[in-house]
Structure formats: structure tokens, C-alpha cells
Design a protein around this ligand. Structure first.
Ligand SMILES: Cn1cc(C(=O)NCCN)ccc1=O
Length: 115
């Protein structure tokens, strides 16, 4: 739009960008541990250790209900998924490795889309 303050970032396409990024995360072959909330009844210790659970289906729900203020608050939730994973899982484990792979993929994609 014309006549905006020069320093303001153009956030017009941020919602579409979040939807694209989330779809790509969900479609990744290593997304399986993160597609739905961790079942804390089936995973001993999870509820006590992880203070703010997050997963891709919860992010999709929040996006659909306009719960993200901007791209940054969306990225904070995506990173929460990976930070929780690192906290609870050994690096050298199936789920730990999936988390590292997904974080690497996400970092690459959002910088490509926004830089
Ligand atoms: C992200 N995460 C997932 C699980 C899990 O068991 N997910 C169900 C996969 N079918 C356990 C711990 C953990 O940190």
C-alpha cells in the first residue's frame, strides 16, 4: 500500500506464509512425532517436564481461529515444538533426530520465504 511509514514491515502476506510453512511442516516425513499433542498418559514424565506443550495440529487450530498476532508469534510456537522435543528426548534417538531435522527444515524454509 502506498503512503505507509517506510520502516513498517509489510505483513500483508504473513497469514498465507504461515499456512504454507505449516503445510510443509505437516508434510515432512519426519513430522510424525509432532502432528498431534503428546499423549501425556502414555508418555511418563511428559506433563511434569514440559510446561508448554505444543504440536502442529494445535498450531493449525490457533491459525484457523486467528490466535496469532503476527508471523513472529507463529514462529515462537513452531520453535516451542522443537525446544520441547530437545528437552524431553535424547539427541541420538528417533524422536530427537526428527526434531533436529524438522527444526533445520523450518529454519531454511522461513528464511527463504522471508529474506
Ligand atoms: C514429540 N514427542 C512425541 C512422542 C510420541 O510418542 N509421539 C507419538 C508418535 N506416534 C513422545 C515424546 C515426544 O517428545
Amino acid at each position: 500500500c502506498a503512503k505507509k511509514v517506510k520502516l513498517a514491515k509489510d505483513d500483508t502476506n504473513d497469514l498465507a506464509t504461515c499456512r504454507v510453512l505449516l503445510a510443509e511442516l505437516e508434510g515432512h516425513q519426519d513430522a510424525w512425532p509432532f502432528l498431534s499433542p503428546v499423549n501425556h498418559k502414555a508418555v511418563p514424565g511428559y506433563r511434569k517436564v514440559i510446561k508448554k506443550p505444543m504440536d502442529f495440529s494445535t498450531i493449525r487450530e490457533k491459525l484457523a481461529n486467528n490466535r496469532y498476532l503476527n508471523l513472529e508469534t507463529f514462529i515462537i510456537d513452531v520453535n516451542l515444538v522443537f525446544d520441547n522435543c530437545e528437552k524431553f528426548n535424547e539427541d541420538n534417538s528417533e524422536i530427537g533426530r526428527a526434531g533436529h531435522n524438522m527444526r533445520r527444515f523450518f529454519d531454511k524454509r522461513w528464511t527463504e520465504l522471508l529474506r
